[in-house]
Write a protein that binds this ligand. Structure first.
Ligand SMILES: [Zn+2]
Ligand SMILES: [Zn+2]
Length: 368
């Protein structure tokens, strides 16, 4: 069938929204009509060329929609089901899935390679095969994905909100709850308050942190961070977040620092802001060329610090995506407040320009 899709052909070029040919689902695959897709920074790493991947690539890795057809032997969903797509497929059988880290499923190695999990392509353009971002490609009216990427959700939830629990929300909240295991009464700093960092602020509030310091260079995002539970905000253009972290904790430094900008300099700031027994969690994707981070190794031992990274917030898509929606329904997790602006698929370049200009917490593409 024909479908409209947002494709990047070469780094630095605008995204092209064009009609492409979409194959029907093969065995263990699902055809999904997208209802909403989130504008996440990770696609921009491919658009800018900071992260190498197969090209041309149909973009988008945060999305929710409705199952229109299933291939043979699909058992985890049926036609008509509402689904959130997970940007990492989980097989349920590999070592990492069975150890409770399905965010690290061995199938994840395929997400920037281009084809579907069997090595063949479902999307084709005039110039040949088109790869699928994270094997899902949510910036597309319709897409074909593996059943390992599909998480059915209750149709009670609006899909233009459920979309957010595909990437940004589980990554930010999971970094706090699953990876760092922040305890009630502790002190937290979050550097970067976009789609991921804002959810780390929200996660710290859920965990019962006593002090939550939100750091950004954008006053709009800092104001928003207060709605999500920040107790203090720092515009790092004007003030030194490390000095303020020490000041607010009587010189100790914070217990946990989350870094959601992904530059070596801000990772160094997060490290410097933590005190004895402190934990630093790096959440964002640094450019593939970034090599070293400014960490004094002596502190690692003398202050018994922990420096860790996290992918998807160590969340388990099949259990955490439905759970986060239940928490939204219970008023425990904010989703409505994350969406700053909605776009049509044709406006995808404008959506990325707005993201880069710092205008959005999350932009969402809504399909007609
Ligand atoms: Zn993302
Ligand atoms: Zn697996």
């Amino acid at each position: 069938m024909k479908t409209r899709t947002a494709v990047i052909y070469a780094p630095g070029e605008p995204i092209r929204v064009e009609e492409i040919e979409l194959d029907p689902p093969k065995e263990h695959e699902v055809l999904v009509r997208m209802v909403a897709a989130g504008i996440c920074h990770s696609d921009y790493h491919i658009i800018s060329g900071e992260l190498p991947s197969y090209l041309p690539l149909a973009l988008g890795h945060e999305g929710a929609g409705i199952v229109e057809a299933i291939g043979p032997n699909v058992t985890n969903c049926k036609v008509g089901d509402h689904v959130v797509l997970s940007f990492i497929p989980s097989c349920g059988r590999c070592r990492y899935c069975t150890e409770g880290h399905s965010n690290l499923c061995n199938m994840g190695a395929s997400i920037l390679m281009g084809p579907q999990l069997d090595g063949t392509f479902r999307m084709h353009g005039e110039k040949g095969d088109i790869g699928q971002m994270c094997v899902i490609s949510t910036f597309s009216e319709r897409t074909v994905v593996s059943d390992m990427s599909v998480v059915p959700v209750d149709d009670y939830y609006p899909l233009n909100r459920a979309v957010l629990v595909g990437c940004g929300v589980p990554t930010g909240i999971g970094a706090v709850i699953h990876r760092a295991k922040v305890t009630a009464g502790s002190t937290v700093m979050v550097i970067g308050c976009g789609g991921i960092g804002m959810n780390a602020v929200q996660g710290a509030a859920l965990a019962g942190a006593r002090i939550i310091i939100a750091v950004d260079v954008n006053d709009f995002k800092l104001e928003k961070a207060k709605e999500f539970g920040a107790t203090h905000t720092v515009n790092s253009k004007n003030e030194d977040p490390v000095a303020i972290a020490k000041d607010l904790t009587w010189g100790e430094g914070v217990d946990y620092a989350f870094e959601a900008i992904a530059t070596p300099a801000t990772i160094g700031q997060a490290y410097a802001a933590t005190g004895k027994n402190g934990t630093v969690v790096v959440i964002g994707l640094t450019p593939a060329t970034a090599e070293s981070i400014p960490i004094p190794p002596l502190d690692l031992v003398l202050l018994q610090k922990t420096l860790m990274g996290t992918l998807y917030g160590d969340s388990q898509p099949r259990s955490d995506i439905p759970k986060l929606l239940k928490m939204y329904h219970a008023g425990k997790v904010k989703l409505d407040e994350l969406v700053t602006r909605t776009y049509t698929l044709e406006q995808v370049n404008e959506a990325y320009a707005d993201m880069l200009a710092g205008k959005n917490i999350r932009g969402v593409i809504e399909f007609a």
